[in-house]
Ligand binder design. Structure first.
Ligand code: SAM
Length: 476
């Protein structure tokens, strides 16, 4: 360690800034964030500095004098003249202030770090002046990991500090707080539900066993596959999970982000072959939450787009479990981005419709999708069909017989955004041949409409000149 990090209480304390330009302004902003009593002293105060600081700090437009530093806790020297900077640094130090001289490490008693300011939570990063840009890059990374409501959580905890002291024995207090910050009550505060978090906290402190066993469920969208398409919130929640119930479409890279000691339960289903019946999944989530766990129900794409997220939310609410939804990038937007097509490119489409090719009661093989073909065919906009590969022939013939032109462009995207992505394109009339020739087995989306002509993919002709078996094409 080159310098010792310490947090200084500057509330209402005097801080002197010598200078009137941009550097002085930046230091003044920092000091105002720390609620200091700031004086900015220099004959030339730039108009922008004056405009921003007016009314918030004392602006003294003259040469500094020695007595300006009296009782100053910190002094910043932010002027270009090296000799003058040296002199004022000496005066400030003699007056008992700690000094920071901009761009002159030898004249610094302290550095200003890269700061993350979330109220009570403050993170400071110093590179001892050797690489401030690196420090700022690290700050962005840490910032992205911190929950948005960290300050609210600390505020919440602090409001119970005395009550915990009164009710929980000294020996047990540390483990109480350790469990609190990683447990379901903190998760509720971070999810924005302070009301129920207070109820749960009171029952824990008052020793009402049963209620303490109520955990929390997060229904989280994992996006279409590429782990970088996860939202920051989803990333943080996955890392907080005690147990993750996940589908087939959640990629291994995303599961690998969970804590090593988190339980992972596969509850996926493929077409009609339901690995775990829906009611069982819901029951399991309720049981786990009642054990006091942070349960994450992780689903491919967005949990509320053809993901049964709505049904699960209803079941959890009916059981009195606190449940929250974190959206994800749905396959349609992920695949469209990957294929380089805008689903509502204004030269081609004014609307987009998401449709399932899956019959409601039991999967693609169980029957034809029960759709309003007349309405779908008459919309000359973009149709995105989820789970439609097994019924591609039915879909194409129904749309064509109800008026959609066989020449309408289509694109099929399998494993969109993943390493093994395949994109093929052609016309509605040749949809089944495209799917056969591309060896498409799913998960895949079908995009129908003029925007599909924009997709960066292979055509039937390209596929015909490629290697002969679908397996070989997948490997390619
Ligand atoms: C049960 S739905 C789930 C949809 C998901 N909730 C979403 O918002 O993307 C599964 C279907 O989504 C589509 N799908 C999901 N991920 C995909 C991907 N990476 N590439 C292509 N299609 C995908 C396929 O049509 C697949 O059969």
């Amino acid at each position: 360690m080159y310098r010792f990090p310490a947090y200084i209480d500057l509330q209402g304390r005097h801080v002197v800034i010598i200078g009137g330009g941009g550097a002085a302004l930046r230091k003044a902003r920092l000091m105002l964030a720390a609620h200091a009593d700031v004086s900015v002293i220099w004959p030339d105060i730039e108009p922008d500095t004056r405009k921003e600081l007016d009314g918030q700090v004392s602006i003294i437009a003259r040469e500094p004098v020695d007595t300006d530093f009296k009782s100053a806790r910190l002094a910043f020297i932010a002027i270009e003249d090296v000799d003058a900077a040296r002199r004022w640094a000496g005066v400030a130090r003699d007056a008992g202030a700690l000094v920071n001289t901009v761009d002159d490490p030898e004249l610094c008693d302290f550095n200003t770090p890269s700061i993350i300011d979330r109220g009570r939570l403050t993170v400071a990063i110093s590179t001892d002046g050797a690489g401030p840009v690196f420090g700022r890059a690290l700050r962005s990374k840490i910032e992205a990991m911190l929950p948005e409501r960290a300050d609210a959580l600390l505020e919440f905890a602090s409001s119970y500090r005395e009550a915990v002291k009164g009710k929980i024995a000294w020996d047990d207090r540390r483990s109480f707080w350790e469990a609190f910050f990683v447990g379901p009550i903190a998760a509720q505060v971070l999810a924005g539900d302070k009301k129920h978090a207070h109820e749960a906290m009171l029952s824990v402190i008052n020793g009402k066993e049963e209620k303490t066993k109520i955990g929390i469920v997060h229904i989280v969208g994992a996006g279409p596959g590429d782990p970088e398409l996860l939202t920051l919130k989803a990333f943080r929640i996955i890392q907080s999970a005690d147990v993750i119930l996940h589908d087939r479409l959640v990629s291994d890279e995303i599961l690998a982000l969970a804590r090593r000691d988190a339980d992972r339960l596969y509850v996926g289903k493929a077409k009609a072959n339901h690995a775990v019946p829906q009611e069982k999944i819901e029951e399991r989530m309720i049981e786990l939450a009642r054990e006091g766990k942070i349960v994450v129900r992780l689903k491919g794409g967005d949990p509320m787009v053809f993901g049964r997220g709505g049904e699960e939310l209803d079941a959890l609410r009916a059981a009195g479990i606190r449940a929250f939804v974190t959206p994800g990038i749905t396959a349609a937007t992920g695949c469209a981005a990957s294929a380089g097509m805008a689903l509502t490119h204004r030269d081609y489409a004014q609307a987009v419709t998401f449709v399932t090719g899956h019959a409601k009661d039991g999967g693609e093989s169980s029957g034809d999708p029960d759709l309003d073909w007349v309405a779908l065919a008459s919309l000359k906009n973009t149709l995105v069909i989820y789970m439609g590969v097994g019924k591609a022939g039915t879909i194409a013939s129904n749309l064509i017989s109800n008026g959609r032109a066989p020449a309408t462009p289509v694109a099929v995207i399998e494993n969109g955004t993943r390493e093994n992505e395949i994109i093929i394109k052609g016309s509605l009339g040749e949809l089944t041949s495209l799917i056969d020739a591309g060896g498409i087995a799913g998960p895949a989306l079908i995009v129908i409409g003029d925007v599909a002509s924009l997709a960066q993919g292979k055509t039937l002709q390209n596929l015909a000149t490629q290697s002969s078996t679908p397996q070989e094409r997948h490997v390619a």
